[in-house]
Write a protein of this length. Structure first.
Lengths: 425, 375
């Protein structure tokens, strides 16, 4: 066994003259300088010429999808503890970095402890030499022989913009192992962009052009920068958390049920006016009498505007189907509520509607009870008053259970029960 | 469940039970992006999982999860179709790498962004077709609150024991509707341990014994080199073209599930003697089917019920059951009867009937009507 810790073979699987071989050899040298052992290193690669290095490595290897290696490595880096002593290194091409640019920004932003080495040969090599977002102004590729004046994305500046802890651009010629070692030694996120020219497509499409000339013309300065403000990465472990299930969730039977059979109630009002809370309160009140209850919410995707409706079923038997196509009662507190419930209102034969007094009486065969809800207790409490009215008028649940339930409801700390009991007809 | 005594009625939603069950079964991280109607799962995750990683999007979610799983820690995510669509290539990757995870897919009304706040069962075909090349992911479907508990734990167990992503399929009404529920009915869940290879030498990441499941080692250990590879690979995890060894390895991803199919077979068969008709359903529609069957029997109609909880790979047992009936009524909340077509193909069969709606829940009466319909 030789003393190489990373590369298993003298013959690397790259085209003659490809800078990718230099990146691998300099990485080997850098890791040796830092004293890493073979299995201290987790190499993450993806699709593209750089990724075929994988089979030549002695370290752990993870070979993923085109452009996603930085995100894949992020999951590894986030789950490792600092005590693990592991070094996560990503090899990615400029094509992969184009595809997964967001992953690079996010990894730097989170300061994941890993080093990304971009093999920037300024085009997609594996698929025939198409331009990437890293192809600089004036650099031709086989599919873009007359590349326009559009310049390359300056990845170093971009990474600085998101606060990367360490970022550098190096020329992929000769020995740049010290530059790599410096990046590998960073405790948080680091990125090295290694500039190369693809011998198969870059050289042929740009005869006589030298790497130094391309880099200088493109204004891609060889330099490095550190961000001392970047916070050290905190492993994504938040520790033990309590169970979501406890005795506090239980609702014990305290009252004898009044209801025989099943009753279905639709509450229909406006978002932000307590419709969902009132519906849940009604269901919980029923459970104090040992009854079964369900509550199904309906609302648009908007949070604070539009309708808000809930279907509540209360029964002395277990409930399977939780829908309610033909409610026995409809508690309607706003214009939004009328609009939402209109199909059920029109088909309301046999139902009873408790309708806010401000609303016009709709065309329906249902029995209508107009009740001043909003004007008596305000829009935010109208739905709760409609529930009190339902229980008082129709006796589906006992008044004792209603008052007990309200006393335990968080609303009672802000709105005294008399607000509702004194507004019942 | 030591904290809960008998007859403990609570007013609870399925998201809470799913989250608690996953953590108790051994899930260590929730990774995700909040999307309606999976957002309750996200909120509970924040309160319960030891590790919570808020991802910027669903591709990142699956990539982070896969990286996290390579350390021997099980991640869970929850999403809806728009997010699942973005995840698909990465799910293929995790499946190929044989890294376990649980993906909770909460169905909502499509196509596209559709109606985020309306339930549906329209992603059956998407889940079936998730993996390129004729492979399936173990796919469980929750049919009531007890399933939220038990199937969630089984999803974690199956993912770890078979080293595969598992899809836990559900829908808006199943995870967001609050229901009275007896918490004393919750069975005990034990955490599923990862079994690490104890080979002293010659470890290969995708070498298998008769179980067809490769022995696992995380990338965080220092005993053996580990390779996780998304592309076609040999037993060592080295990328190959189409070598016989590599193709055998890929074929094994199917035979692995076939071999262990009985270990993740979950269904509810409520057989009525002399019944000639059976209702098949799943997800929240199974609740309508349960009610329909109960009412039909009370009215004197003989009818059986099959609630499918393991959807994919389709269990052969379902055919054993269904083939014993003259009429099969399949109720599912989508436009074309997706599971019906996977079970029986696109060719119409006179005795196979579908009850299908879009944009609302299927009502028990609709199932009853189809059962009672002659022809």
């Amino acid at each position: 066994m030789d003393n190489r810790i990373l590369i298993d073979s003298k013959d690397l699987p790259f085209c003659k003259g490809c800078g990718h071989a230099g990146v691998a050899q300099n990485t080997e040298k850098a890791l040796q300088k830092l004293g890493y052992d073979t299995l201290d290193v987790i190499f993450v690669t993806d699709i593209g010429c750089h990724g075929i290095i994988d089979k030549s490595l002695r370290s752990h290897t993870v070979h993923g999808l085109h452009g996603r290696s930085v995100a894949l490595a992020g999951g590894i880096a986030a789950g490792l503890t600092p005590e693990s002593g592991k070094k996560v290194i990503v090899f990615i091409g400029d094509g992969g970095a184009t595809i997964g640019m967001q992953h690079l920004l996010v990894a730097a932003h989170h300061n994941f402890p890993m080093t990304v080495v971009i093999h920037n040969n300024m085009l997609y090599g594996m698929t025939g030499g198409q331009p990437s977002e890293f192809t600089p102004c004036g650099f031709n590729t086989p599919t873009a022989p007359n590349r326009s004046a559009m310049g390359a994305i300056d990845m170093v500046k971009l990474m600085e913009g998101v606060g990367a802890a360490y970022v550098s651009r190096v020329s992929g010629v000769g020995d740049f192992s010290d530059e790599l070692a410096e990046a590998f030694a960073q405790p948080g996120f680091s990125l090295v962009e290694v500039m190369e020219i693809c011998p198969s497509y870059g050289v042929k499409s740009n005869p006589g052009m030298k790497l130094k000339q391309v880099v200088e013309t493109a204004g891609l300065a060889i330099h490095k920068s550190k961000n001392p403000q970047s916070e050290n990465h905190r492993p994504a472990y938040d520790g033990f958390k309590n169970s979501l299930l406890s005795e506090k969730l239980t609702i014990k039977k305290e009252f004898e049920p009044v209801l025989k059979g099943t009753v279905r109630i639709l509450l229909s009002g406006s978002a932000g006016e307590g419709t969902q809370s009132a519906a849940e309160f009604l269901a919980r009140t029923a459970m104090l009498s040992g009854l079964y209850a369900t509550k199904k919410g309906h609302y648009p995707v908007t949070v604070g505007v539009g309708f808000s409706a809930a279907e509540v079923i209360i029964s002395d038997q277990p409930i399977f189907y939780t829908g309610s196509t033909k409610p026995d009662f409809m508690l309607i507190t706003s214009t939004d509520g009328v609009d939402y419930a209109m199909p059920k209102i029109k088909n309301g034969n046999g139902a009873t509607i408790i309708l806010d007094g401000s609303l016009p009486i709709p065309d329906t065969s249902a029995k209508i009870i107009q009740k001043d809800l909003r004007s008596k207790v305000g829009s935010r409490n109208a739905a709760m008053l409609s529930v009190f009215t339902l229980i008082k008028k129709f006796g589906i649940l006992s008044e004792e259970s209603l008052l007990t339930a309200y006393g335990r409801n968080k609303l009672s700390a802000k709105v005294p029960v008399e607000t509702f009991t004194e507004n019942l007809d | 469940m030591t904290e809960i005594s008998t007859n403990q009625m609570a007013f609870i939603d399925g998201s809470r039970l799913i989250t608690e069950a996953c953590v108790q079964a051994g899930a260590q991280a929730f990774v995700g992006y909040p999307i309606t109607p999976a957002n309750l799962l996200y909120s509970y995750a924040n309160q319960r999982y030891p590790v919570m990683m808020a991802a910027p999007d669903e591709i990142t979610t699956l990539q982070w999860m896969t990286g996290y799983a390579s350390l021997g820690k099980l991640p869970v995510t929850a999403t809806a179709f728009p997010g699942y669509a973005l995840m698909i290539e990465s799910i293929n990757m995790a499946m190929m790498m044989e890294l376990p995870m649980v993906i909770i897919l909460v169905q909502r009304l499509g196509p596209a962004t559709g109606t985020a706040t309306a339930g549906a069962q329209g992603d059956i075909a998407v889940v079936h077709g998730t993996v390129s090349g004729g492979f399936q992911l173990p796919t469980f479907c929750i049919s009531n609150l007890n399933d939220c508990w038990e199937l969630s734990a089984k999803a974690v167990e199956t993912a770890i024991s078979l080293r595969t992503p598992v899809v836990l399929l559900t829908s808006k009404e199943m995870v967001m509707t609050q229901m009275s529920f007896d918490m004393s009915s919750l069975i005990e869940i034990k955490p599923k341990a990862w079994k690490y290879s104890d080979k002293s030498n010659d470890y290969k990441s995708y070498d298998v014994d008769e179980s067809l499941v490769p022995e696992f080692l995380p990338v965080s250990q220092n005993q053996h080199q580990v390779r996780f590879t998304a592309s076609t690979h040999n037993k060592a995890g080295i990328l190959q073209n189409t070598s016989p060894e590599a193709l055998d390895n890929s074929r094994r991803l199917k035979t692995k599930l076939d071999l262990h199919a009985q270990e993740f077979l979950y269904y509810e068969y409520d057989q009525q003697q002399e019944a000639e008709t059976i209702v098949l359903s799943f997800d929240i529609t199974a609740q309508a089917a349960r009610e329909a069957v109960l009412r039909l029997r009370n009215e004197g109609t003989k009818v059986s019920l099959l609630v499918a909880k393991t959807l994919f790979p389709i269990p052969e047992r379902y055919y054993d059951i269904l083939n014993g009936y003259k009429k099969v009524v399949i109720a599912e909340e989508n436009n074309d009867g997706q599971y019906r077509r996977f079970l029986f193909g696109n060719q119409p069969h006179a005795h196979i009937k579908g009850v299908n709606v879009m944009g609302r829940m299927i009502q028990p009466e609709e199932i009853m009507k189809e059962v009672q319909h002659n022809g």
